[in-house]
Ligand binder design. Structure first.
Ligand code: NAD
Length: 354
């Protein structure tokens, strides 16, 4: 089914307000989730709503919590998300870092204890909109690991995203925003529920042998998701775990820590003001010319044109604003169930989903 952006945003917003969030925070979360759908990342869109509602009710997600400064050494900061909505405390942390970067030229920060931050590109785009470069290395804890290390067969960490955005003067930023697993967990679930195969190279079975059977993530004997790019993606995932988890959050996926149904992100962040490096104009010129040079490459057979990171998301948004957002029937039913769980009346649900 296709749902209009505005209707979807209003429905998700009201679910969160009904569950106890302020109008301001509910709106920020709903807008972030719908934006992820618009940008083509349904695995990080409104489909997360039932898990958030469950976590509010289990007191794992604190809907009124705000980011606080835990440590402030000028260009080094530690910010605590206090288990608030990641979309709110993550943005609040970025605002603090943006302000500080304008004074110091660079800030390195640990942003810890955030409930699920969602699409990490959102924070990089927020910094880029202020003309700042940002780099984000994130780990994911609070539940069982799903990704096996390269060469292993047992799960040891999660989909640890890596994100970096470069602002441009008169053009949209370059935004590399990716999980370090071969594919998102949500994409394997979609394949499993549809009776389809998972992409080649994404999964291993319980013996560590490559498979395209998505059931290995959901049925015993369990297999695992693999990292993208073999040992290289695996290495990046380890760095996200150690910088995001051990340094920024002091909480990695190692088994001393509690695992429930929580989704906690710890984010190592670096924000840089390109002007502080001296040649702002030279940087902008060089970046623009290099991007043009990359895009000028003759496309491979069967490919329409060469893109830079961030372009597919902008293309998806333009299309989905036009055609509305595709939501699987099962996912829509889960949203309705989440609205009921949050306490919305049947009459109001019917009105909002008509
Ligand atoms: P993806 O594989 O769809 O895209 C990864 C990157 O590649 C993007 O920057 C995209 O612009 C770029 N890209 C894709 N196709 C391209 C092309 N043809 N040419 C040039 N660049 C191209 O993304 P993913 O790895 O599935 O991640 C999806 C989202 O999941 C991300 O937004 C990430 O932040 C989010 N995520 C969040 C968490 C969390 O715990 N909060 C965990 C994992 C992932």
């Amino acid at each position: 089914m296709q749902i209009k952006t505005e209707q979807l945003t209003d429905f998700i917003n009201e679910i969160f307000v009904t569950a106890g969030a302020s109008a301001e925070f509910a709106s920020e979360v709903a807008t972030h989730l719908v934006e992820a759908n618009l940008k083509g990342h349904d695995s990080h869109g409104v489909g997360m709503t039932p898990a958030y509602i469950q976590n509010i009710q289990a007191d794992l997600l604190k809907p009124s919590a705000e980011a606080t400064v835990h440590k402030d050494n000028g260009a080094v900061m530690v910010i605590d998300g206090n288990f608030g909505f990641g979309q709110v405390v993550g943005r609040q942390a970025c605002d603090l870092l943006i302000e500080r970067t304008q004074e110091t030229g660079v800030v390195v920060a640990g942003v810890r204890n955030c409930h699920h931050l969602g699409r990490i590109g959102t924070y990089a785009e927020h910094c880029a909109a202020k003309g700042l470069i940002s780099l984000h290395m994130v780990n994911v804890v609070g539940h069982n690991p799903v990704v096996a290390p390269f060469g292993g067969r047992e799960r040891r960490f999660t989909t640890n995203p890596f994100t970096c955005a470069i602002p441009r003067k008169n053009a949209p930023p370059v935004v590399l925003d990716m999980a370090t697993s071969a594919v998102a967990m949500g994409k394997v679930r979609v394949a499993y529920e549809a009776g389809k195969q998972a992409p080649e190279g994404a999964l291993i079975d319980h013996e560590g042998v490559a498979t395209t059977d998505p059931s290995v993530l959901f049925k015993k004997p369990v297999g695992a998701l693999g990292p993208f790019g073999n040992h290289k993606g695996y290495g990046l995932a380890v760095m996200c775990e150690l910088l995001g988890g051990a340094l920024a959050g002091e909480w990695t996926a190692q088994p001393e820590h509690e695992r429930s149904h929580n989704i906690v992100n710890h984010m190592f962040m670096m924000v840089l003001d390109p002007a502080a490096f001296g040649g702002l104009e030279a940087f902008q010129h060089e970046a623009d010319e290099m991007i043009k040079y990359i895009q000028s490459s003759e496309p491979a057979k069967g490919v329409d044109r060469v893109r830079v990171p961030g372009e597919p998301e902008r293309e998806s948004k333009a299309t989905r604003l036009d055609t509305d957002i595709p939501i699987a029937v099962g996912s829509w039913q889960e949203l309705i169930a989440a609205a009921e769980t949050a306490g919305m009346t049947s009459a109001r649900i019917a009105e909002m989903t008509a």
